[in-house]
Design a protein around this ligand. Structure first.
Ligand code: NOJ
Ligand code: CA
Length: 673
């Protein structure tokens, strides 16, 4: 079955400019389709540079491009432009799932063919694609005749920002797994190498986010500040110090720069997805977004153990209780961690002991999956590797075969160790290769994946739509055991504009019980209503209801989690300020309903929500899940109110958000007026 079509509404048209007799000009400019963004490429004293502007205002000043290699001279500093190709492209394609079903992919393209003037006369190309909301570029090294294999020691790409902007950053490599709190500072105040996406706000109120798309067999890009405005590419190295090993013909990932006039447009930019390749999975009928519960939070709270013993969480009877709960509450899956051999002892240090095919004796996988099928729900598999990826790869086929045979169609993976195989970083080329192998293998067995401790996402879910969601964010689990009190209230008002630009986040919201037996000084720093709003604000096609089932029973607030979809027709951001508040409106993919999530930081606030996103000729019933009058994340998180109101698209709704609070609303059509 073909589940989604590529709707091609325009054709690529290339005009080839080639002039070999007379030397070509050494500067070219390519514009976005609306003419607002200009990208220039030029050669100055043999060195290749690019620059970018929007509405005639500089965004990126002349910035270097090129490579340093091992055992080979650098590339990019003694070159001429030999030829160019330019063209336009316009299509609308359909996502099998996502924040938006139909995605416009419209850009102007310029390929610059470069060759060294002397010596080896090596050639390489740089391809620019300019969209209305930013641009991307990548290097291509075609030539076997001059370069065969290569070892990149440094990618010389720079981003010379046209100002010392504010930026929200987390350090690269130092803090493990991208699980840090974002810090807002001027570029000049960043002393570390930082991760991308790196989101910036300019003094003129523009927003710029630098990241990458289609990270394939390469190292992840990090950035460091050379001076108050120059960001330089810093690829995650192999343990030997080399960055990337490759063979020609060779292409790099796309370097992406999103440029918008409001923070919300960063979220509704699909530039990164557009710079990934179309799906390699043709039958996507088995790929299904959904919600899940899990034998999971109980481990993080110390109520259950992953390992064997009297408090072992992953038992047949406990799993059946979770299956009953999932089936009764519109959840498609039940995650069970600690089901397989290898958890006894310090598993983070002994990942080699994990078996991905041998359940513990008190976990009857056959009976559990039979029972789940009877209840029309699924077990979600779990593969924690402890970072021992060779041990995992050795069992990969068998492990996925077991799951496929048992009807398990989704797996959560984990890599808790500061290094992979005690040697290589998660975001190195070694890690990138491993994660890809898992995604591809899972696809062959029709299994969706949710990767924890991943390499930063780069939009690969377009090509592999079984790559559903990933961690790579300081998620809600930190509110169980972190010694710093937990995620501060502004954290979730920042991550949609930073990590969220890279792809879906398995943040695992849904806490209803705010007490914490493990670290009494640490807890979820939100109100109950804000927990609900996170289901709309934080996008994930697999969305967890993370609390223990007993905390959901008989709580009116749980109705919202029960009904909120995990797949959307369309997304809008009516209002937002990074680090302060976010309002997200999403239309359900399978009905005419709209859902709104509004969240604030530690400051209470009142915001007017314009309902013009609703259909103009309809009356709607708004089901409103909001903070109670006395709600406050610190002293009164569970004060919560439910109300219903008739509304239409010409109205505005006043949203009153408590300190650390939020509001979640479902709009459903009542009748035609
Ligand atoms: C880290 C994951 O993020 C967490 O969700 C999981 O419970 C543990 N690893 C154990 O696999
Ligand atoms: Ca984690």
């Amino acid at each position: 079955m073909k589940a989604f079509n590529i709707a091609l509404t325009g054709l690529i048209l290339f005009i080839i400019t080639s002039c070999r007799l007379n030397p070509l000009p050494q500067k070219y400019t390519v514009l976005s389709p609306d003419g607002k963004i200009h990208i220039s490429v030029e050669i100055i004293k043999g060195q290749v540079f690019y620059s970018a502007s929007k509405d005639s205002m500089p965004i990126i000043d002349k910035s270097r491009l090129g490579f340093e290699f091992k055992n080979m001279a650098p590339l990019g500093n003694k070159v001429s432009i030999m030829n160019i190709e330019s063209g336009t492209f316009n299509e609308t394609w359909e996502q099998p799932w996502g924040e938006r079903r139909l995605v416009e992919n419209r850009y102007d393209e310029l390929t610059v063919f470069l060759r060294e003037r002397n010596g080896l006369k090596r050639s390489f190309n740089i391809i620019f694609r300019v969209f209305n909301d930013g641009f991307g570029f990548r290097y291509e090294i075609p030539g076997r005749e001059t370069i065969d294999s290569l070892v990149i020691m440094k990618e010389m790409t720079e981003f010379v920002m046209a100002g010392n902007h504010y930026a929200w950053s987390i350090p690269a490599c130092k803090d493990r797994f991208y699980e840090s709190l974002y810090r807002k500072s001027l570029l000049s105040e960043i002393s570390d190498t930082v991760c991308t996406p790196l989101t910036m706000e300019t003094a003129r109120g523009s927003y710029i986010a630098i990241h990458e798309a289609n990270l394939t067999d390469y190292a992840a890009m990090n950035l460091y500040c050379i001076d108050s405005s120059t960001l330089a590419c810093d690829l995650t190295p192999w343990s030997t110090g080399e960055k990337v090993m490759g063979k020609t013909p060779f292409v790099t990932p796309w370097r992406t720069v999103i440029i918008t006039d409001s923070p919300g447009e960063l979220i509704t930019s699909y530039l990164i997805l557009n710079l990934n390749e179309p799906s390699k999975i043709h039958d996507v009928s088995w790929i299904k977004p959904g919600k899940y519960v899990g034998i999971w939070w109980g481990m993080h709270l110390g109520l259950y153990t992953w390992s064997q013993g009297p408090r072992h969480g992953a038992t047949t009877s406990n799993t059946k209780k979770y299956i009953d709960f999932a089936a009764a509450n519109n959840m498609s899956g039940v995650l069970v961690e600690g089901w397989n051999r290898g958890w006894d002892g310090d598993w983070t240090q002994h990942g080699d002991s994990f078996s991905f095919t041998e359940p513990y004796p008190d976990f009857d996988i056959e009976e559990i999956t039979r029972y789940a099928a009877e209840k029309e729900t699924r077990l979600i598999g779990h593969h924690e590797t402890g970072g021992a990826v060779t041990n995992y790869e050795n069992q990969l086929e068998e492990a996925f075969r077991l799951y496929q045979k048992s009807g398990v169609n989704a797996v959560k993976t984990g890599y808790v160790n500061s290094l992979l195989d005690n040697k290589e970083r998660h975001s190195s080329q070694y890690g990138v290769r491993h994660y890809r192998k898992v995604i591809e293998t899972a696809a062959r067995y029709h299994i969706m994946v949710d990767i924890h401790e991943p390499v930063m996402p780069t939009g690969l879910q377009r090509t592999y739509p079984n790559l559903m969601t990933q961690e790579g964010v300081r998620g809600q689990e930190w509110d169980a055991w972190s010694t710093d009190g937990g995620n501060p209230p502004d954290h979730t008002t920042i991550i949609p504009f930073t990590r969220g630009l890279a792809g879906p986040m398995d943040f695992t919201p849904g806490t209803f019980n705010f007490s914490n037996p493990v670290q009494p000084g640490t807890r979820v720093q939100t109100t109950l209503a804000k927990q609900l709003a996170l289901y709309v604000v934080l996008y994930s096609p697999l969305q967890m209801a993370s609390d223990l089932p007993e905390n959901y029973i008989n709580n009116k607030a749980f109705d919202f989690i029960r009904m909120v979809p995990a797949d959307w027709e369309e997304t809008r951001i009516p209002d937002a300020r990074i680090g302060d508040y976010v309002i997200t409106a999403r239309k359900d993919r399978n009905s005419e309903d709209w859902y709104v999530g509004a969240i604030t930081d530690e400051n209470q606030r009142e915001i007017m929500l314009d309902l013009s996103f609703l259909l103009p000729d309809k009356n709607y019933l708004a089901l409103i899940f909001k903070d109670g009058k006395l709600a406050d994340w610190k002293d009164n998180p569970t004060d919560f109110n439910y109300s219903e109101q008739r509304v239409n698209s010409s109205q505005q709704l006043l949203l009153k958000l408590a300190s650390g609070g939020g509001q979640a609303i479902r709009f459903t059509i009542l009748s035609s007026p």
